[in-house]
Design a protein around this ligand. Structure first.
Ligand code: PEP
Ligand code: MN
Length: 361
């Protein structure tokens, strides 16, 4: 899939305290006391670059708390003036964007429920035309990379170049132990397709519970993500939304302190040895592929022999024996059983495909 997004790196739109970019703050602005107390405590940590708060909340049921609305933007502006923290909120309608600009919100984000709808995203893109505000686009609720990229393209086409993606996990039928499955391969593929696009991880909405936050955040860092968005509330146990996943500013501080930030590139000496090891790995992969080719040649010979003698492609007894024998062989080599089972099944599937073709020729 090709795309031509024109994006500026995060350094061009925000001075971060250190790498990665850290966004923290409550799921929702609930009242002035809660927002200011959380914001002041977060500012004091001196580790968070941007303060988040949900002003309008997308809720599943109509009778749930739907956010404090524009009033909350006044508190956010006051907090920003007092502490110097930058601010970010979710916007879902042109009116939200208009209010956010009026109250000097620094960064906007588009929520997962909005990203799924191209009409909504286009309406927001149209409202953003002529502004230079940074926009972060959360992944859609379900694992659809094209839809995510499409939303980023719509915003970018409106002239927004201060653009980032937020990985907040994907809803699937069996998410355990997560609230939303991380499916790391999707943000990795996004990075592969658009290398210049900053990707920020939201461990809070992936985890759905406090005890998973640290490991998800660490994994994001080990996958070279550019930032973290973590929900933090002055008193999580009484939070109106997402109580189980929010942490106190102190716990947030501890989590950030314990993160190990590894470098993507090392010293010249390190890079040289790495290159040598990679070269050796390339050779091994080439050998493996040549062996697979030889295996297919043998499969064809067997297939033709079976055809001449009117013998079926599949002999279930042979398959079972082969699996059993290979698994024991693999076990003696200390190879992981699940990994080898999957590999053997794949090899067998390919043999069946080749031999079935021969039978039908
Ligand atoms: C949020 O950030 O509080 C939120 C509603 O997130 P999402 O759109 O990822 O569900
Ligand atoms: Mn939330």
């Amino acid at each position: 899939m090709g795309t031509t997004l024109e994006v500026k790196s995060i350094d061009n739109w925000i001075n971060t305290k250190s790498k990665p970019l850290i966004i923290g703050g409550p799921c929702s602005a609930e009242n002035k006391e809660q927002l200011m107390a959380t914001g002041r405590a977060i500012a004091k940590l001196n580790k968070v670059d941007v303060f988040r708060a949900g002003i309008w909340k997308p809720r599943t049921r109509p009778d749930a708390f739907e956010g404090v609305g524009e009033e909350g933007l006044k508190w956010l502006l006051e907090l920003k003036k007092e502490t110097g923290l930058k601010t970010t909120i979710e916007v879902a309608t042109p009116e939200h964007i208009e209010s956010a600009l009026k109250y000097e919100v620094d960064i906007l984000w588009i929520g997962a429920r909005t990203t799924v709808n191209p009409f909504s995203v286009q309406t927001l893109a149209d409202s953003l035309k002529g502004t230079d505000i940074p926009v972060m686009v959360k992944n859609p609720l379900h694992p659809d990379l094209k839809l995510w990229i499409g939303a980023l393209e719509r915003i970018n086409n409106a002239g927004i170049t201060k653009l980032a993606a937020i990985h907040r996990g994907f809803y699937t039928y069996d998410n355990k132990p997560f609230r939303n499955l991380p499916m790391w391969e999707i943000p990795i593929e996004l990075k592969r397709i658009i290398p210049s696009l900053p990707v920020i991880c939201d461990p809070s909405h992936i985890s759905g519970r406090r005890d998973l936050l640290a490991s998800v955040a660490q994994k994001a860092m080990d996958l070279s993500m550019d930032g973290l968005m973590i929900e933090s509330h002055i008193n999580p146990s009484i939070a109106i939304t997402d109580a189980e996943q929010q942490v106190t500013p102190n716990s947030l501080s501890e989590l950030l302190h314990n993160l190990i930030i590894r470098e993507e590139f090392g010293s010249a000496e390190f890079e040289n040895l790495l290159e040598k090891l990679r070269f050796e790995m390339d050779q091994i992969d080439h050998d493996l592929l040549s062996l697979l080719n030889k295996r297919n040649d043998k499969t064809r010979l067997i297939g033709e022999y079976k055809k001449e003698n009117a013998i079926t492609v599949l002999q279930i007894g042979r398959l079972r024996k082969m699996m059993e024998e290979r698994l024991i062989f693999a076990k003696n080599l200390n190879l992981d059983k699940t990994y080898i089972s999957k590999l053997l099944q794949l090899l067998h599937k390919e043999s069946i495909r080749i031999q079935t073709n021969i039978m039908q020729e």
